[in-house]
Design a protein around this ligand. Structure first.
Ligand SMILES: C[S@@+](CC[C@H](N)C(=O)[O-])C[C@H]1O[C@@H](n2cnc3c(N)ncnc32)[C@H](O)[C@@H]1O
Length: 341
């Protein structure tokens, strides 16, 4: 599994346009499912989507969703791939594994994400593809024949396998899947051993901040991990096995809100991308939520890239933060939420 890139609907639109003259298939699976009117006419379509907000949109549009990719064959598998190369190839392998002979694979992606390169890779493995180009995207499709390069598909499948970094288990495509984020490392060095009470990890990823807090601070009774990416949260489950009685996992879009005045300690390393694009508004919204879910008198910790202008936003959110450290790349903050807010 991998992280799906939803930065932009243009790949979805291109995919739908490429299907214009086709009858709906008898059965279809959509990996990285995004809702579209055009699919309403499809009798049998199920979607897999690890991003909470997009999974909700898919369900709200009336489509069926599965938490795990089904182990069965389909006459059509569509893919809106992940943002890392490995996660993208893994999603191709997952799609091909679920195609019946003669079934159709359809992939859509932006040119900027390397569509033509991936199209060539699919052609190498499955044979001649049909390509459709629009909106600076490509949708390419091919039917599964008897002759495919199984050796290459086996390599692609490795992107579904957890690997170890510094004693933690991660999957390709999630945040910091090659190494522990240096900003997060800097932040945890500031956690005082005497922190106590309940804690929240906002945008928890594969669980590094939670693990460090629980390891350092024996008086932390419980940590709630909030994360939008189901794949990252699955890794967090594994990484926090030793603390299973002190952790709860929430597959949740933090922008939808968090309970007010709930936690004694809150920590956040906010994202500053939505898909491939720089997006400070997402980080701002998550910071705001992280502050409002903190109890008055509770302690807040955050790390951000040095150049990101969050200070004014912290004022706006009523958090009197002070800088704990700053290096060439990251700045770490802490603050106590005022009692009178
Ligand atoms: C910079 S990473 C930090 C991950 C982890 N806390 C760490 O320090 O390694 C930001 C995390 O926020 C998650 N995220 C992004 N948007 C989110 C949202 N709307 N709700 C919850 N989590 C979100 C991302 O998937 C990512 O795992």
């Amino acid at each position: 599994m991998g992280n799906i890139n939803h930065g932009d609907d243009s790949a979805l639109e291109t995919l739908v346009m490429s299907l214009r003259d086709q009858e709906p298939p008898s059965s279809a699976l959509f990996i990285g499912a995004m809702p579209h009117e055009a699919f309403k006419a499809w009798r049998y379509l199920i979607g897999w989507q690890p991003h909470r907000a997009h999974a909700t949109a898919w369900e709200n549009a009336g489509f069926k969703r599965v938490d795990h990719l089904p182990e069965k064959k389909f006459s059509c598998v569509m893919v809106l791939p992940g943002k890392s190369k490995e996660a993208t190839f893994a999603s191709f392998a997952n799609a091909i594994d679920r195609l019946e002979i003669g079934g159709q694979l359809i992939v859509a992606m932006t040119n900027a994400a390397g569509a033509s390169r991936y199209e060539k890779e699919i052609a190498k493995v499955m044979g001649q593809v049909q390509s459709f180009q629009k909106n600076k995207c490509r949708a390419f499709s091919v039917r599964l024949g008897a002759e495919v390069r199984r050796d290459i598909i086996d390599d692609w499948r490795l992107g579904n396998v957890v690997r170890e970094i510094d004693g933690f288990l991660v999957l390709p495509g999630i945040f910091s899947s090659k190494q522990i984020d240096a900003g997060s490392r800097a932040l945890v060095s500031h956690f005082p051993a005497g922190l106590r009470g309940t804690a929240a990890d906002i945008g928890a990823g594969w669980g590094y901040l939670s693990h460090s807090l629980l390891e350092r601070c024996s008086q932390i009774s419980k940590v709630d991990l909030f994360e939008v990416d189901a794949t990252a949260l699955e890794c967090a489950h594994i990484n926090l096995t030793n603390f299973s009685r002190r952790v709860s996992f929430h597959w949740h879009d933090v922008c939808e809100g968090l309970p007010a005045n709930q936690y004694d300690v809150v920590m956040i390393n906010p994202p500053f991308h939505a898909g491939q694009a720089l997006d400070l508004s997402l980080g701002r919204r998550m910071i705001e939520q992280s502050i409002q879910t903190l109890k008055p008198g509770g302690t807040w910790f955050a790390v951000a890239n040095r150049q990101l202008p969050y200070e004014k936003w912290l004022d706006h959110c009523g958090m009197p933060a002070r800088k704990l450290s700053e290096d060439g790349t990251y700045k770490c903050f802490t603050g106590i939420k005022p009692l009178t807010r």
